[in-house]
Design a protein around this ligand. Structure first.
Ligand code: TYC
Length: 104
């Protein structure tokens, strides 16, 4: 077993079976709070998660109403970098915005 312990796909129809391991994927989620401005959350979604303005607004309002929302699904290191970037930007701007990741 290699670095990942996820599902194994078998190739079909070839003489040599090749096991292809899919990397585990991680949901990156924003949590609501009462202090981070809506504008900042939208900026984060556009800048860090490459969302369009409309999609960023939709995700932000969803998190605001429901309490949590998915920003994207990525391999471990990409997800970790996005969580760290959000954390750094939030702290630099004095907001308590929380971003977490969870294995799918
Ligand atoms: N609830 C915040 C407000 O009313 C906005 C907000 C939305 C904060 C999403 C965090 O992940 C968040 N200013």
């Amino acid at each position: 077993m290699g670095q990942y312990d996820s599902e194994i796909e078998e190739s079909v129809g070839s003489q040599t079976d090749i096991d292809v391991e899919e990397p585990p994927m991680y949901k990156v989620m924003l949590l609501n709070d009462d202090y981070t401005t809506m504008e900042f959350v939208v900026e984060v979604l556009v800048y860090v998660f490459q969302k369009s303005s409309d999609e960023a607004m939709r995700i932000m309002l969803n998190v605001h109403r429901i309490g949590i929302g998915i920003c994207g699904v990525y391999p471990y290191e990409v997800a970790e970098t996005k969580v760290d970037t959000v954390d750094t930007l939030a702290r630099e701007n004095g907001f308590p915005l929380k971003c977490i990741m969870e294995r799918e």
